[in-house]
Design a protein around this ligand. Structure first.
Ligand code: GN1
Ligand code: MG
Length: 352
């Protein structure tokens, strides 16, 4: 759980609070600290994913400052996780052999793992679009690209090849079909890269999955975009892609019911309209055109990352069961197959 000295650094007396695990993120250890006047979220930062937590903390200060400014100008209607400094004024705390941070818990909200209705999808995608729009004034050169080439398909496929060559866990034999399928998708590298080169670099969220959005417990409208660690210079096509990936399937990303994994048309139409709406003032023609390839690219990138992690022994995403990352990879490949096979039906929804 959270060591006493960490709690104390954030001014919390260990004996007087409740601590529970929070959320379903794959990367950090996240806890809700209750029994306080204002509950806190305290996280142990994964230094596998973020080897430079100090630079991460500085990025987050800049991003949340930009959100605050947009909010003050009436250009961002949502809330955000406000960083809480420790007793020395730092938003990153080194204690008990790890890196920690605290944010204010956004009360009266909940997260979901799958989208239930097109209406919810449209509102959720709009919230991510509003988030992207709110960061337009932030100069991308002021934010460090902490995970370089985060969504780069070629680099992710190269890492997969390395994992296949090394086969440290002896897991390649059971994943041959998936590895071959990923190799066959190499033809997507060039068009996705070409589309990305045509569009502006912007500060993006880069992890717009449905459970990184909080909804209000009373009116069920989006209240906050959270999990801002991956806010880095990037492309809006990828943010749209991750929305498609995580909103459109009726199944969770680790579901093994592959026959049910598919892109729901009405949800795809809803997220297309919702994401573009708050961005329409900013979107260039090339950017609008790039959204489809963003969706095709990101699902494959995430599938390749899950598959690689499986072959490497699950060091990055972790695994709650045997073969968990292989299940995730299979699921995401099934979704990618469905999306790309149905371009003629789905893509027109992006024409507006
Ligand atoms: C991770 O932290 P979480 O669960 O929101 C990952 C994303 C992946 C996602 C897959 C820093 O996001 O890139 O898309 O899992 N975050 C990082 O579900 O690698
Ligand atoms: Mg998350």
């Amino acid at each position: 759980m959270i060591p006493r000295e960490v709690l104390e650094r954030f001014g919390v007396e260990a004996g007087s609070v409740t601590v529970h695990r929070l959320g379903h993120g794959h990367i950090h250890d996240t806890y809700l600290v209750g029994g306080l006047a204002a509950p806190l979220v305290i996280q142990r930062i994964s230094e596998i994913a973020f080897p430079e937590p100090d630079r991460l903390a500085r990025n987050l200060e800049r991003v949340t400052e930009a959100l605050k400014e947009s909010h003050a100008r009436g250009r961002y209607p949502l809330e955000w996780p406000v960083p809480i400094p420790d007793d020395r004024g730092n938003t990153l705390v080194r204690a008990a052999g790890a890196a920690w941070r605290a944010t204010r818990f956004i009360e009266g909200t909940y997260a979901i793992e799958q989208v239930d209705t097109p209406q919810r999808a449209r509102r959720g995608a709009r919230a991510f679009g509003q988030f992207c729009a709110a960061l337009v004034p932030l100069d991308p050169t002021h934010i460090v690209e902490l995970i370089p080439d985060f969504h780069d398909l070629e680099r992710r496929l190269a890492r997969l090849e390395q994992a296949v060559t090394d086969d440290t866990e002896g897991r390649v034999a059971d994943a041959v079909a998936e590895i071959d399928f990923c190799r066959q998708q190499r033809f997507l590298i060039e068009p996705v890269r070409a589309a990305a080169e045509q569009v502006p670099r912007r500060v993006c969220h880069n992890d717009t999955k449905i459970n990184n959005l909080l909804f209000d417990s009373d009116d069920h409208l989006p209240r906050a975009v959270v999990d801002l660690d991956t806010c880095m210079p990037g492309r809006w096509m990828h943010d749209f892609g991750d929305i498609v990936r995580t909103f459109c399937s009726p199944e969770a990303e680790d579901s093994t019911r592959l026959d049910r994994v598919r892109v729901r048309d009405d949800v795809f139409a809803a997220v297309s309209a919702g994401f573009v709406e708050p961005l329409s003032r900013h979107l260039t023609a090339d950017e609008r055109e790039s959204l489809w390839l963003g969706a095709c690219g990101i699902g494959l990138v995430i599938a390749v990352r899950f598959l690689t992690d499986h072959l490497e022994g699950d060091p990055y995403f972790g695994a709650a069961r045997e073969g968990h990352n292989l299940d995730r990879a299979r699921n995401q490949l099934a979704l990618h197959r469905d999306l790309t096979a149905r371009e003629n039906e789905l893509r027109p929804h992006l024409a507006g």
